[in-house]
Design a binder for this molecule. Sequence first.
Ligand SMILES: [Zn+2]
Length: 78
Amino acid sequence: MNNKVSPLKQAVSAFKKAIGPHRYGVHGEPFVCQLCGHDRFKFGTGAKILGLFWLACAECGHVELFAQRPPFLDDRGA
Ligand SMILES: [Zn+2]
């Protein structure tokens, strides 16, 4: 028996990373949670509620609504 991580587990981990909390912002300025100051948000892919887009703070769960899809900030240099 060997103990190496299964390809499936690796794929799940990569997938979670890909859909995990990201930074969003406008004009390169990161958008931060107004309650806790965290800068990582979960974006509901295609989640439109009454025509609004939403971001949920990865730290405290505070939800912010946007009329347009908020720009995604690249993680480079973070
Ligand atoms: Zn927060």
